[in-house]
Design a protein around this ligand. Sequence first.
Ligand SMILES: NC(=O)c1ccc[n+]([C@@H]2O[C@H](COP(=O)([O-])OP(=O)(O)OC[C@H]3O[C@@H](n4cnc5c(N)ncnc54)[C@H](OP(=O)(O)O)[C@@H]3O)[C@@H](O)[C@H]2O)c1
Length: 265
Amino acid sequence: MTKKYALITGSSAGIGKEFAKQLAAKGWSLILIARRETKLKELSEQFIKAYNIDCQWLTVDLSDPNANKYIYEFCQTKHLNVSLLINNAGYGVPGDFDTVDWSTHSAMLQVMLNSIVELTHHFYPAMKKAGFGRIIHVSSLAGLTPATAGHTLYGAVKSFLIKFGHSLHLEAKDYGVHVTTLCPGFTYTEFHDVNGTREMVSKLPKGLWMEASEVVRQGLEAVEKNQPIKINGWKNQLIYGLTKLLPDKATRLLLGNNISKFRKR
Ligand SMILES: NC(=O)c1ccc[n+]([C@@H]2O[C@H](COP(=O)([O-])OP(=O)(O)OC[C@H]3O[C@@H](n4cnc5c(N)ncnc54)[C@H](OP(=O)(O)O)[C@@H]3O)[C@@H](O)[C@H]2O)c1
């Protein structure tokens, strides 16, 4: 029987690394994608030893427009049957729109938007043909809550993912392909160290934070159930519920203003 592979972008750290760990423990073979070679190599060796699975890794910068074709061709050449695609790699860009270089905006759009759509376009058809597939887009609660000043494109890109994921979910559901968009809130990973907001967000109540292991456990459960959208944790679900119940102006004042305090400008 052909082995089933899970391809996870951004699997050198945080949520992606946790997806890799939990899937390896379930016996999935893996293809790990990120830029840091030492991390990927270390993880791959660890998973092969602990779980006796195949674990391939590729050091790729997803901001390179050729990266997605390169990943796809790598899988084709090696006959790696990607049955689970996790579009997870991402980061936040601090600052107001005009204070950030175009090259930084452009790279972010490539990693967190174009690359996700292109990788999905490469791998989805074979899943549909096989009558089995799983796709998880890692979005964010920020894609569902009011816009903020600072980190201008982050919420916009995450909203795009939610709509894109939902449309694909509806198209795929009759073909055995489950598509879930995952919306975590504040999660303990390297994310806030990378974007320089660790000190700001450390002032948030501890109760608002989740462990990456729980976010991932819920994500894997949701894709098995074929839920189109999964908001992690009841507190984040409550926050989303408020955005639905309250008038827009009240939501913007109550939530938008508070979230803005944790955006670096
Ligand atoms: N943590 C949170 O509070 C939170 C909340 C909501 C949503 N999210 C979302 O969750 C996803 C994962 O973030 P995280 O919290 O796990 O952050 P993280 O710990 O910083 O991990 C980010 C991962 O993305 C990879 N990555 C970043 N830029 C890349 C690039 N140009 N090419 C290839 N890989 C790249 C990083 O690997 P390398 O550096 O090795 O390339 C790393 O493996 C993101 O989409 C984020 O928006 C996070």
